[in-house]
Design a protein around this ligand. Structure first.
Ligand SMILES: [Zn+2]
Length: 123
């Protein structure tokens, strides 16, 4: 995504390049001054990071990719399908750390499906 469109006024800015240790990216609309990377369209980006015989290490990489895709898009948050084993515990631990660092706002188990976690990036 090369550009970022303001959801408030439609003004277009150059998208920023950033990594997870740089979120939320600071970029304001030059027309209406809204924080462009805090705007969201209400959607959740859902992805299964535990299918097949995924290793814990690979699942962690997929978690980071998913969170970055969420921040690079306009999503309110992400829904992570983690299953019920080690990957779930690893992801919950990592999300606790990310919440302290401001990478995510909050997270909770999906209901009634405990094999998924709903994460809020922006609210
Ligand atoms: Zn604007």
């Amino acid at each position: 995504m090369a550009e970022r469109r303001c959801l408030n006024c439609g003004m277009v800015a150059n998208a920023l390049r950033f990594d997870l240790d740089q979120v939320p990216p600071r970029l304001r609309c030059t027309k209406c001054d809204e924080a462009l990377y805090q705007q969201q369209d209400g959607r959740l980006l859902t992805r299964d990071i535990a299918h097949g015989r995924e290793t814990v290490a690979r699942a962690r990489e997929k978690l980071d990719e998913l969170l970055l895709d969420g921040w690079r898009g306009y999503y309110r948050g992400v829904r992570i399908v983690v299953g019920g084993g080690l990957i779930r515990e690893e992801v919950l631990g990592q999300l606790r750390y990310y919440r302290e660092r401001g990478v995510v706002r909050s997270y909770r188990e999906d209901s009634p499906n405990r094999g998924a976690i709903v994460v809020t990036l922006r609210d």
